[in-house]
Design a protein around this ligand. Structure first.
Ligand code: ATP
Length: 259
């Protein structure tokens, strides 16, 4: 551990050798350990560990190209790292809803039909209308997916991620391209999910809503977590007035650049 690390609290995983049968509600729903990954010679993630509890909102922030998307792909298990392990839930029934950075849908189908298509993969009855209403897409239910704006396509991706009430929701820049009202709505949805016990891990450059909503902020830079803690802890540790200002301090120190 370098002295320059501005971590507020380490993201160390708990020793898990004890029997956790009676403390299941406290066991992490995501347990990622020793994640490392390189694209060619470029090391993107360097020995990262992270645990996420049920009902927790973890926001991953970092400069462009810092590896947020790559890490979220590993956490949602759509892709595997070069090294390290990711355990999601206690068994194979734990479901992850994933919103990729650029959600894509098959052209020629309406928004409602598209969402209905995905409901066949879950056991629960899904009310497509309610789900579309939740993400603000009711008015566009009969529109073809290729006619959606970028922001609306992302909202449909969010709706798809929520189908079947997954235990974990991983959202890659869900607020990107949304108008201010929808950004607020998005973070409200995130807070609602967490209140229902869903773990939410998201990446975002919208640090205002992140500061108001996240339980924990993890700052990724240079392949490492350079800080982690509650928004307030990060702001205080950086002697900043808000998360936006703290971010500028946390990702621009000599120690970080020298890693
Ligand atoms: N398939 C790939 N092949 C080669 N390099 C890649 C690939 N995917 C990502 N990278 C590189 O890995 C690094 C991390 O990319 P990633 O998309 O994870 O960053 P990010 O933090 O999500 O960025 P942004 O905030 O701009 O979305 C970047 O340098 C990127 O160029």
């Amino acid at each position: 551990m370098s002295d320059g690390e501005s971590a507020v609290s380490e993201v160390a995983s708990e020793p898990d050798s004890t029997v956790l049968a009676d403390t299941e509600s406290k066991s992490p729903v995501i347990d990622a350990s020793g994640l490392s990954h390189a694209f060619g010679d470029v090391v993107v993630l360097d020995d990262l560990s992270l645990t996420v509890e049920p009902g927790e909102i973890v926001a991953l922030v970092g400069p462009n190209g810092s590896g947020k998307t790559t890490l979220l792909q590993f956490l949602s298990k759509v892709r595997a790292p070069n090294a390290g392990t990711v355990t999601v839930g206690a068994g194979d029934r734990t479901r992850v809803g994933y919103l990729p950075q650029r959600p894509e849908f098959r052209e020629g189908f309406t928004v409602a039909d598209t969402l209905r298509f995905y409901t066949q993969f879950v056991e629960e009855d899904v009310d497509v209308g309610t789900t579309l209403d939740r993400v603000g897409l009711s008015e566009a239910a009969d529109r073809r997916v290729e006619a959606l704006s970028g922001g609306m396509t992302r909202l449909l991706g969010l709706a798809r991620a929520l189908v079947g009430d997954p235990d974990v929701v991983v959202l890659d820049e869900p607020a990107s391209g949304l108008d201010p009202g929808m950004v607020e709505r998005l973070f409200e949805i995130v807070a609602e999910l967490a209140a229902e016990g869903t773990a939410v891990v998201l990446s975002s450059h919208n640090l205002g809503p992140v500061e108001r909503t996240a339980d924990r902020v993890v700052v990724l830079d240079g392949g490492r977590f350079v800080a982690t803690g509650s928004p307030q802890e990060l702001v205080e540790s950086a002697e900043a007035t808000d998360l936006q200002t703290a971010f500028g301090t946390l990702v621009s120190t000599e120690e970080v650049a020298g890693r």
